[in-house]
Design a protein around this ligand. Structure first.
Ligand code: HEC
Length: 490
């Protein structure tokens, strides 16, 4: 830490030296870095901040004409440091940009982009969208070393928010609403014991700590680097876990957390699911456009099926004959025939450009789809039509058709609410405040309790689905709980 500080300071001194030594014109950062940064931006940032950097008012702040102002704040020194922190650790809190307020959650990229990619994307944003013209003359391109120097500090998005207030100033709303929400939740807490609310063990994949935590016992199992999505076998004896950046799928024994297998799939692994008949485990490798099929008995790779652009997650039909795969890059679903182990067809999802997570109704006739930026759509499988698209909380999230219930619930990683939709009347019935950055949502098999993994607050929030009230908020042992596996509700 001390060494990192010293090296950061020496780098800043070096860049000041360069500034005074320069002729006065803004030094154009290496065009290579900008070109690479543009690719990173289009792949990772544009879904929220938009390809032209204009953002979505109220949900995602603009980069256009704005990020340069942030950089220039405090004479270009604090702003520079702040932006490197935002990319590394994310940002959580209420901000005001050009008169519009945002109270969202910017995901941390330290775990998923390299130091070079973070430097590149900052160099791109600061020279695109009209930012170059506004940029302080002292600007020198970010380097991978400089980004590396701010890493490893274990900061939360809320701590970065404090840095923003120190650097940019605290315009915008106060945090009053958060405080009153915390107080009301605290007063509800402990109405129901953890053992009552979690009658059968559930498993949280805690991404940044590389562990799976079992609740209510709170045993923490290591050895699953980048634990991203997880899924139980139908008998509850095995847990599949995707290692986000390791490209591995792990299979754990749910008795003791022992790792039975670690199977290399691709560069990145995201959604995993076990077929209802227990025969196959599926894992998505988005950058290769494939779904890997794993034999759950031999724990070996059977086949990789090409499904389309940027697949993300999977749901099976009840008899295990078909798997539906979201294609985040295509605005469509792929249907995989589980008898021939081939892609059978694609179903377009108009109104949902980036299908992300998916669940199926109890009668198997409708698919419920959550996109990457803040919509839920319901697709009728008989007609192949999207019946309705709902606007929900900002960012991506999980979706759950709640067993024995008329409700469907979804998280929103860039907001703080879980949205509950009535599947019969096709209307939104509640937006429940659960904490910052809820992503995974899964209900108990009897549909009584909904569990949600709240990524930025490192906790599991439990909702009573009868009264639609938050009844408990339970911290997990680690950072960034991303997903939950719940027995009886795949
Ligand atoms: C899932 C949506 C999402 C993605 C993807 C995303 N952001 Fe953000 N970003 C946000 C939100 C929401 C905020 C505002 C957070 C808040 O209100 O506290 C934000 C804030 C920021 C800020 C700070 C702005 C300020 O005024 O302080 C920067 C800079 C930024 N994002 C850059 C990026 C870059 C670069 C990428 C790609 C590597 C990216 N974002 C990807 C949602 C996203």
């Amino acid at each position: 830490m001390v060494n990192q500080r010293i090296s950061l300071i020496s780098k800043l001194v070096l860049s000041i030296g360069l500034f005074y030594g320069a002729s006065g014109a803004i030094a154009a950062p290496g065009e290579d870095s900008i070109a690479r940064g543009k690719q990173v931006y289009n792949q990772q940032c544009a879904a929220c901040h938009q390809a032209g950097g204009q953002g979505i008012p109220g949900s995602f702040p603009p980069q256009k004409g704005h990020t340069a102002n942030v950089f220039n704040a405090s004479g270009g020194m604090g702003g520079r440091d702040y932006l490197a922190h935002v990319l590394q650790y994310g940002l959580t809190g209420s901000i005001d940009v050009e008169g519009t307020s945002y109270n969202g959650n910017m995901p941390a990229w330290g775990g998923s982009l390299s130091d070079q990619q973070i430097a590149d994307v900052l160099n791109y944003v600061l020279t695109a969208f009209g930012n170059r013209e506004r940029l302080s003359r002292s600007f020198q391109p970010y380097t991978a070393d400089e980004v590396n120097a701010v890493s490893g500090k274990d900061l939360s998005g809320k701590q970065v928010y404090q840095l923003r207030q120190a650097v940019v100033g605290s315009r915008g709303q106060s945090s009053g609403s958060v405080t009153s929400q915390d107080a009301s939740v605290a007063s509800m807490a402990a109405k129901v014991s953890l053992e009552q609310a979690i009658p059968k063990p559930i498993y949280a994949a805690v991404q940044d700590s590389g562990v799976v935590e079992r609740l209510p016992s709170k045993s923490t199992w290591p050895g699953v680097k980048g634990a991203h999505y997880d899924a139980l076998s139908p008998d509850g004896k095995q847990l599949m876990v995707s290692g986000f950046k390791t490209g591995n799928v792990y299979v754990m024994d749910t008795d003791n957390g022992e790792i039975q297998a670690s199977i290399a799939i691709g560069e990145v692994v995201q959604g995993v699911k076990v077929s209802p008949d227990g025969r196959y485990g599926l894992a998505v490798a988005p950058t290769q456009g494939v779904v890997a099929i794993i034999d759950m008995e031999t724990l070996s790779l059977v086949k990789k099926v090409s499904v389309g652009d940027t697949p993300h997650n999977i749901i099976f039909n009840k008899d295990s004959s078909l798997a539906y795969v979201t294609l985040q890059g295509e605005g469509a679903l792929a249907v995989v025939d589980m008898t021939t182990l081939n892609k059978q067809r694609a179903i377009p999802t108009p109104g949902l450009d980036s299908p992300h997570n998916i669940d199926i109704s109890g009668d198997g006739r409708r698919l419920w789809i959550r996109d990457f930026i803040g919509h839920v759509g319901v697709l009728d499988l008989d007609s192949g039509r999207v019946l309705k698209v709902f606007k929900v909380g900002a960012g991506h999230g999980g979706i759950d058709v709640i067993p024995n219930s008329r409700y469907v619930a979804t998280g929103a990683i860039s907001a703080s609410q879980v949205t509950v939709i009535d599947a019969d009347s096709l209307a939104i019935v509640a937006n429940l405040e659960v904490g910052t950055g809820p992503h995974g949502v899964r209900a108990s098999a009897d549909g009584r309790y909904l569990y949600t993994s709240v990524t930025a607050d490192n906790m599991i929030t439990i909702i009573d689905m009868g009264s639609l009230e938050v009844i408990r908020q339970e911290p997990v042992d680690g950072k960034f709980p991303f997903w939950l596996a719940v027995p009886g509700n795949p």
